[in-house]
Ligand binder design. Sequence first.
Ligand SMILES: Nc1ncnc2c1ncn2[C@@H]1O[C@H](COP(=O)(O)OP(=O)(O)OP(=O)(O)O)[C@@H](O)[C@H]1O
Length: 257
Amino acid sequence: MSDKPPMVRFEGVSKHYGELTVLDRLNLEVAPTEKVAIIGPSGSGKTTVLRVLMTLEKVDEGIIWVDGESLTHMQRNNQLVPADRAHIRQVRGKVGMVFQHFNLFPHMTALKNCMEAPRTVLGLSRREAKERARELLEMVGLADKLQHYPAQLSGGQKQRVAIARALAMRPKVMLLDEVTSALDPELVGEVLTAIRRMGDEHNLTMLMVTHEMGFAREFADRICFFDEGRIMEQGRPEQILHAPKNERTRRFLQAVL
Ligand SMILES: Nc1ncnc2c1ncn2[C@@H]1O[C@H](COP(=O)(O)OP(=O)(O)OP(=O)(O)O)[C@@H](O)[C@H]1O
């Protein structure tokens, strides 16, 4: 970890669904530009970490910080009080996400998909939004698909549009939720290449939930092994993947590697 203040910090964060504890007093710090891979068994709370950071779910306890500001609280008269909508929107704007199932607008071309939020949320002019969208679609290798609709694209191409669309909002933190899981194996490589490029060229802090241990090994600075809503073990990829200390990590890796 660097000595800079963390870009993302979970401080004692818990999330419950009825009796089920999905995040259990989770503490996690991610340094600026650090790439963290989250691995672990099904149901261990991996996706929930990303969803609470995107404010798609509320937390029951604890505080989440992004770039020095709390997503859940705000300062009022030197006190931390629950955040209001405007505050949440402002902090949440620093975070982008790419989903397993792309979530593209089906009635919009690739170019329009990438222009929509910068226009409506950031207030960019049509020209600015178009220029930004075009540049990003070129970066992910889709210069010849600008006018294609999602139904006319392969899974790998759709996921690359989704990457360009998330980048168009200029987030500081990018969340990736099993972005290659819905793809045919031969399309995985092109998406991983786009992700690598996105990390290198945009100085992003990244949290990715992945089942691709090879990608986690090559791309992540740190792997966190999740179990029962907590980080059971974390460390450099080579340490976690090749010399795990925790018995549960070892058993999980034996099953997936
Ligand atoms: N909206 C919800 N209502 C009730 N339970 C939920 C809800 N969302 C998630 N859960 C439960 O919370 C637990 C953690 O879910 P989460 O999606 O974070 O797990 P995960 O580690 O990402 O799993 P997977 O690898 O299978 O995607 C699971 O048991 C899931 O069934």
